[in-house]
Every structure is written in C-alpha cells, then in structure tokens.
Design a protein around this ligand. Structure first.
Ligand code: ZN
Length: 133
C-alpha cells in the first residue's frame, strides 16, 4: 500500500525507508508503530504511524479488493455460462448439419448406382443391336 497515505508506510517523505518499532512510552507501552529512523517526537517532517491503524487500513483495502474480485468472478462466471450455452447450441447445429450431409451423400450414391445401371444397360443394348444387325 503506501499510496494515498493508507496502509503500512514504506518510505518516509525524506526518502528514508520506514521501519517498525515498539513504543516504550507510558501512554502506549508495547504498541507497534512504523516510523522514519530520523523522526523525533513531535517532528511532522518524518513519517510516524501506529501499526494497528496501518493494519486496519490494509485490511479495509483488502476487503474492498476481495469484494471487487468476487464481483468480477460472478461476471466472469456469467460469461463462461454464456459461452458454454453457445458451444452447446453450435454442437447441436453441427450434428444437424452432419446428418443432412450424410443423407445427401447417401442419396448421391444411390443416384450414381442408378446411373451406372442405366449406362451398363445402354452399352449392353448397343452391343446387342450391333451384333443383331
Ligand atoms: Zn524521514
């Protein structure tokens, strides 16, 4: 995080890397914080942030991201469902087309066989009439 000033700070305004420490004050004993190593008490030029505050912001941002991902996931699932339905329709159409083509091929073969028979019969008749006359 770090951008928008939310979450755990990484780099101080002065450019130094922020480090995590434990408070030893009477007011906040043992409380974790992230701070610039050059920062002093009350010095607002350097980064100082309580870690529990940072962590809360990090969690809020993560929850928002997860919510967005869930919405994206639902949208994607709807897209996948639409694609699957289209694939099913195309598969059925392909099967119908295959059946039509197979039927036409069978009819063509039958017509070809009939044509062959006619040609053979015609040849036999020609030969027969040639020898007879
Ligand atoms: Zn600093």
């Amino acid at each position: 995080m770090g951008d928008r000033g939310r979450g755990i700070p990484k780099i101080c305004r002065c450019g130094e890397a922020v480090v995590m420490n434990t408070s030893k004050t009477v007011k906040n004993p043992g409380r974790l914080f992230h701070a610039c190593p050059f920062g002093r008490d009350g010095d607002w030029h350097h980064t100082f942030k309580w870690t529990d505050v940072s962590m809360y912001e990090e969690l809020q941002d993560l929850i928002e991201k997860v919510d967005n991902m869930e919405e994206d996931s639902i949208t994607l699932q709807k897209g996948v469902n639409t694609c699957e339905a289209e694939i099913e329709t195309l598969t059925m159409e392909t099967r119908v087309c295959e059946a039509v083509v197979e039927k036409e091929i069978r009819e063509c073969k039958m017509q070809l066989r009939s044509l062959k028979n006619i040609v053979v019969l015609a040849l036999v008749m020609i030969v027969f009439f040639k020898f007879m006359y």
